[in-house]
Design a protein around this ligand. Structure first.
Ligand code: HEM
Ligand SMILES: *[C@@H]1O[C@H](CO)[C@@H](O)[C@H](O)[C@H]1NC(C)=O
Ligand SMILES: *[C@@H]1O[C@H](CO)[C@@H](O)[C@H](O)[C@H]1NC(C)=O
Ligand SMILES: CC(=O)N[C@H]1CO[C@H](CO)[C@@H](O)[C@@H]1O
Length: 327
């Protein structure tokens, strides 16, 4: 009995990652409830996101990618937002991460009602949730209580390249505590947004130095993409990651329908539908198995990667600098 109790404590501590040794509490639903008088922090963030979304529905893509890049590098601690000569956002794969002004606006709105309490790390998570639901995905409940990190180094940026194999991608996600199924659902983030020609053009003209196109690309798609991405062009155009034109701004399963039809844009998108490691899951999602709910669950799990809570980290005054409030 005692042995069993001890084992249970060990398991629970492991699950709450570090809570027991470090004294840092876990994330919780509604962390800010009651901390800002009668103000509802999540509703204030939601209002800001709705006003941005009304002007530009592509913010769903911007914020999804932002959450991925923040959480995947050094945990969900808003380190991506920090300015400076060698911070994460200066690293090559940041390429075009956008939406920094949206987070700054949401931060300003919460500071106005509740100064010094709401972390930038939580704002990224709340804002992404709101943008996903405005974009037609499910509206999920977020866990909050993250604090902001103070370390942001370009050399720590270990984001996967578009040519990564499915097995290496599984390993990379595994290091973050995300299993292969989580990975397949999270790549469903590519149901919205765009990619620059430079990141997939080898598939059109000279795939893996064969001098030929990627044989796994639908020829009709290739013709369309050649028009968007002419060889040797000096401009780097973009193409929708979800090539179903009626749903390229919608968070739905149509990305999976596209990739099972050889209409993936990035090499990893197409490989996901072909590799036996991921194919069965992709096929099931394409046929309509509960994408919204499972995608939401995977986003919640992504949002819990290596978080700082309790007395760890800080609450920044402005999301782009480590100047903090004293609490
Ligand atoms: C193996 C994993 C992944 C790789 C290799 C990858 C790679 C890429 C690349 C190369 C782009 C195009 C960037 C550009 O042209 O500037 C992109 C865009 C994007 N990615 Fe991923 N990605 C991965 C996982 C994810 C995940 C997990 C999410 C979110 C849940 C995500 C969300 C997005 C979104 C929404 C865009 C479009 C951004 C926009 O339109 O501004 N990606 N990704
Ligand atoms: C593009 O550039 C490559 C290498 O410089 C050259 O071999 C090729 O003919 C060019 N293609 C076009 C369509 O200009
Ligand atoms: C495109 O997406 C819409 C909305 O999700 C869907 O109804 C339609 O079947 C899709 N078309 C194709 C060709 O995949
Ligand atoms: C916003 C930002 O800092 N973007 C940077 C992303 O990385 C490129 C290349 O390293 C820089 O030129 C950008 O300034």
């Amino acid at each position: 009995m005692e042995k069993f109790a001890l084992a249970l404590v060990v398991v629970v501590c492991a699950a709450l990652s570090g809570w027991c040794e470090g004294g840092a509490p876990p994330l919780q639903v509604g962390f800010y409830n009651g901390k800002c008088g009668s103000s509802d922090v999540e509703a204030v963030v939601g209002g800001v996101i709705a006003s941005f979304y009304a002007k530009d529905p592509t913010i769903t893509a911007a914020l999804l990618r932002m959450q991925f890049h923040d959480c995947f590098v050094n945990g969900c601690d808003a380190s991506l937002l920090l300015d400076g000569p060698n911070t994460e956002k200066t690293a090559v794969p940041n390429l075009s991460v956008r939406g920094y002004e949206i987070i700054a606006a949401a931060k300003a709105a919460v500071e106005a009602i509740c100064p010094g309490f709401v972390s930038c790390a939580d704002i990224i998570i709340m804002a992404t949730r709101d943008a996903v639901s405005l974009g037609g995905g499910g509206r999920y409940t977020v866990w909050t209580g993250r604090r902001d990190g103070t370390v942001s180094l370009a050399k720590n940026v270990n984001l996967p390249a578009p040519s990564i194999s499915v097995s290496d991608s599984i390993k990379a996600f595994g290091k973050k505590g995300l299993n292969p199924t989580d990975m397949v659902y999270l790549l469903g983030g590519h149901t919205v947004g765009v990619a620059h020609c430079s990141l997939f053009q080898d598939r059109l003209y000279n795939f893996q130095n064969t001098g030929k196109p990627d044989p796994n690309m639908d020829p009709t798609l290739r013709a369309t993409l050649i028009a968007t991405c002419p060889q040797n062009s000096s401009v780097d155009n973009t193409a929708n990651l979800d090539q179903n034109s009626t749903s390229s701004l919608t968070v739905d399963n149509s990305y999976y329908q596209q990739i099972v039809s050889n209409r993936g844009i990035l090499q990893i998108d197409q490989e996901l539908a072909l590799d036996p490691l991921s194919k069965p899951t992709v096929t099931a999602i394409a046929k309509g198995s509960d994408f919204s709910t499972r995608f939401s669950e995977a986003m919640i799990k992504l949002g819990a990667v290596q978080v700082l809570t309790g007395k760890k980290g800080e609450i920044r005054r402005f999301c782009n600098t480590t100047k903090a409030f004293s609490n």
